[in-house]
Every structure is written in C-alpha cells, then in structure tokens.
Design a protein around this ligand. Structure first.
Ligand code: HEM
Length: 260
C-alpha cells in the first residue's frame, strides 16, 4: 500500500499507521519518488532480519519499541528517536526485541554525471580490448613504478596481495570495467562503492590520485610501447581525472560520515 503520492503535500501521525502483525514484518510505503522511498516498518517482537546489504543509502528513524541493529559489525540499540544512516552496500542485520516501528528511507546515491568528450569516450572504449589482454601487466608495472618512486605509499598496501598478483588483477579489472562503461557510469556504481570503502579503510587521500594517475599512464606507455598513441594517452589522462574525481567525492562523503 502507498499512503501518498509525491504530487500532493500530506501529513500524517505515524503512530496512527502502526499495525503489528502476529509475527514477522508489515511495511507500508509512505511515499515514493524517483530518488527516494519512505516506508513504515512494523516488526513483531522477536522478528529477525538476517544480514544483508542494500544498493541504496538508507536511514532508519525509530518511532517506537526496542531492537538491535548490527551495522558493519557494530551493535546499535534501537529505541524511539534513534536515527541511523546506513551507506549503500553496508552489511546490516536487525532484531526486534519488542514490537518495533521505524521509518526506513531509501535514497539513491547517483554518481555525478561527468562531462567527458565523445572523442575521449571513443578512444578510451577502443582501448578496452588491449586492456583486457595486457591489463594485469600494466597494473603490475604501475605498482612497480609507484613503489619505486613513492615508497611511502607501501605502508597502505597489503604487500602479500601485491606479491600474489591479487591487487594488480583487481586494479586491472577496475580499469577495464571503466573503459567499457565510461559512457554509462551508473553501471560502475557498486564497483565504485566497494573500492571507495576499501580506500577509506586504507586511508587513501585525494592528493594521492595524481601520483597513481602518473604511474598508471607511465605503465601504459611502458607496456604498450609503440602501440600507444599521443591521442590515446591524452584521452586516458582526461578519463583518469574523471574517475579520480568520482572516487575522491565518494571517499570524502564516507570520511565525513565517519567523523559525524
Ligand atoms: C582511479 C584510481 C584508482 C582505482 C581505479 C583503484 C582501484 C582499486 C581497486 C580495484 C582496489 C581493490 C579493492 C578491493 O579489494 O575490493 C583498490 C584498493 C586499494 N587502493 Fe586503489 N584505486 C585507485 C586509486 C588509488 C589511489 C590514488 C591510492 C593511493 C595510494 C590507492 C590505494 C589503494 C589501496 C591502499 C588499496 C587497498 C589495497 C590492499 O588491500 O592491499 N588507490 N584500489
């Protein structure tokens, strides 16, 4: 059931809408538009929701009752007035200790639409085949250049994942996916989310992006040699900056959430 449409303003007293089932969950959509969905969840005492993730940002605002929310491994006591923000893809589980009612707000985290020229898009997309073939050689070379030139960054990396090739393979896969979907960044959302969280955990900073960019472009040159053209390098320079901005923006949001 949807209580209201976004076309008209409305107000309601949440307590009037609360209805507990004998067991399990009863939910009512209060309002839904293209970006957000507001629902009232009523959980019978004893109801448990196993750990899961959502691809959208979510907020829980407790109206009445008591429960426990485990968010990314941390227990949060739910009680009237408690407000919790859960970023997209954060694992969470919930348990209602009493009849529990809360409003769940789901909102869209949409990466900014960046402007990359059509010429750059075409050139970057045309390198996807080469990246698939030589991606790991390029990223292995990239880390070699970076650790040699900027040895201080080594401390942030799990060097065993370097030695066994896992990290270069992950980076190669990310760069390849970017080349394929540069004209449809929406498709990269869950990848960006996962990497951004990893970056925040390993304290990656905005000012480090140019260093990685420089080493990545140098590695492309080293590996592809004559196959690379000046045009292609210019396109990748522009494309890298756009990707870097997407990560920097998202990581700043995650860092800010952590200090609030
Ligand atoms: C657009 C540029 C970048 C891309 C595409 C990228 C991609 C990735 C990917 C795919 C991962 C693996 C995530 C996972 O484990 O699921 C990762 C992890 C990581 N990245 Fe980046 N990254 C970029 C920029 C940077 C920068 C600027 C730094 C700063 C030094 C950095 C440092 C790290 C670190 C420390 C990890 C964790 C590695 C580990 O656990 O050993 N990355 N990145």
């Amino acid at each position: 059931m949807t209580v209201a449409t976004p076309k008209n303003s409305f107000n309601v007293t949440l307590q009037d809408l609360i209805e507990y089932p004998n067991s399990g969950i009863l939910s009512k959509v209060l309002l839904k538009d293209n970006n957000s969905q507001y629902s009232l969840f009523c959980l019978a005492a004893g109801t448990e929701i196993d750990e899961h993730t959502s691809t959208r940002n979510a907020v829980i605002s407790v109206v009445e009752g008591k429960g426990n929310l485990n968010l990314e491994g941390k227990d949060i006591a739910l009680a009237p007035g408690v407000f919790v923000f859960m970023p997209a893809n954060a694992p969470h589980a919930l348990q209602a200790k009493e009849n529990l009612a809360f409003v769940l707000i789901l909102s869209e985290y949409a990466p900014k639409k960046q402007k990359v020229s059509q010429e750059t898009i075409d050139l970057v997309k045309s390198t996807a085949v080469v990246l698939k073939q030589h991606g790991k050689t390029i990223t292995t070379r990239m880390y070699e250049i970076m650790f040699d030139k900027y040895p201080q960054v080594k401390a942030q990396f799990d060097m065993s994942a370097q030695a066994n090739g896992t990290q270069p393979a992950k980076l190669a896969n990310a760069v390849y996916s970017y080349a394929v979907h540069i004209d449809d960044l929406e498709r990269l959302k869950s990848m960006v989310e996962k990497i951004a969280h990893r970056h925040v955990k390993t304290h990656v900073l905005p000012e480090q992006y140019p260093l990685v960019g420089e080493c990545l472009l140098q590695a492309i040159k080293d590996v592809l040699g004559d196959a690379e053209t000046e045009e292609m390098m210019t396109a990748w320079t522009e494309a890298y900056q756009v990707l870097a901005e997407i990560f920097i923006d998202r990581e700043q949001q995650i860092y800010q959430m952590a200090v609030q």
